[in-house]
Design a protein around this ligand. Structure first.
Ligand code: ATP
Length: 219
């Protein structure tokens, strides 16, 4: 198995890259999706959240009312930490389970873990990545895409970017940088080239050598 950690700032193009890799044959694991799964109705995660925050954070049909929970934890760090203490271990366990299952199903699987908070996953020793791929587009481009394609105001988009790790911090982790400042086609061509190299690396059971580092990763 070959495990790729895929990250990038908000609206950098992670999903665009992950989708292409999946179409090429990668097994995709989406950290945001796992975070939703651990609080689905019937999970120990949701039960623990109700025990901590009360029934008011449930919708009528019994699923998590994210907006209500968001309001509760937004201004209260202690409560935010309580929520994280419930959800984070559950997400970590599910991540390990899914990665292990992918490897068990196909020892030659190329697994792509799409994780916005990759630095934390690395620092916490969650899993060992064979390759870290950062999707990069400058803040101006990402703000414009959020305004044009997601209906955010410029201020909202800027705020979301400011709330995240800096580009420099993310790029410092990168083995490979996908430059998504150009057209989608230009990005997909980079992904296709990456896929070929990763497949070769997996076949030789070697790490991808440093010579595929993009010049952008030196930023
Ligand atoms: P998020 O952080 O919100 O999960 P993301 O990093 O997964 O976002 P995408 O959803 O892939 O980013 O891309 C953000 C938006 O920009 C999408 O609407 C996507 O269609 C669009 N987009 C991605 N790449 C390009 C590109 N090269 N040119 C124009 N639009 C793009």
């Amino acid at each position: 198995m070959y495990l790729i950690g895929l990250t990038g700032g908000i609206a950098s193009g992670k999903s665009t890259v992950a989708k292409r890799l999946a179409a090429l044959g990668a097994v995709g694991i989406d950290a945001d999706q796992l975070a939703r799964e651990v609080v689905e109705p019937g999970t120990p995660g949701l039960a623990a959240i109700v025990a901590e925050f009360g029934n008011d954070i449930l919708l009528a049909e019994g699923s998590l009312n994210r907006a209500a929970l968001g309001t509760v934890i937004f201004a209260d760090q202690t409560r935010r930490e309580r929520l994280n203490a419930i959800t984070h271990p559950a997400v970590r366990q599910l991540t390990r389970d899914r990665v292990a299952a992918a490897g068990a199903a196909d020892p030659h699987a190329i697994v792509v873990y799409d994780v916005p908070l990759l630095a934390q996953a690395v620092a916490g020793g969650l899993v060992t990545f064979d390759l870290i791929v950062v999707v990069h587009a400058g803040a101006g481009t990402r703000i414009q895409r959020m305004v044009d394609l997601r209906g955010l105001t410029r201020e909202e988009a800027t705020q979301r970017i400011s709330a995240q790790a800096s580009d420099a911090d993310r790029l410092a982790l990168a083995d490979v940088v996908i430059d998504n400042t150009g057209t989608v086609d230009a990005t997909l061509a980079q992904v296709d080239a990456l896929w070929e190299r990763v497949r070769t690396a997996e076949a030789h059971a070697n790490r991808v050598s440093n010579d595929i580092r993009s010049p952008l990763s030196e930023l």
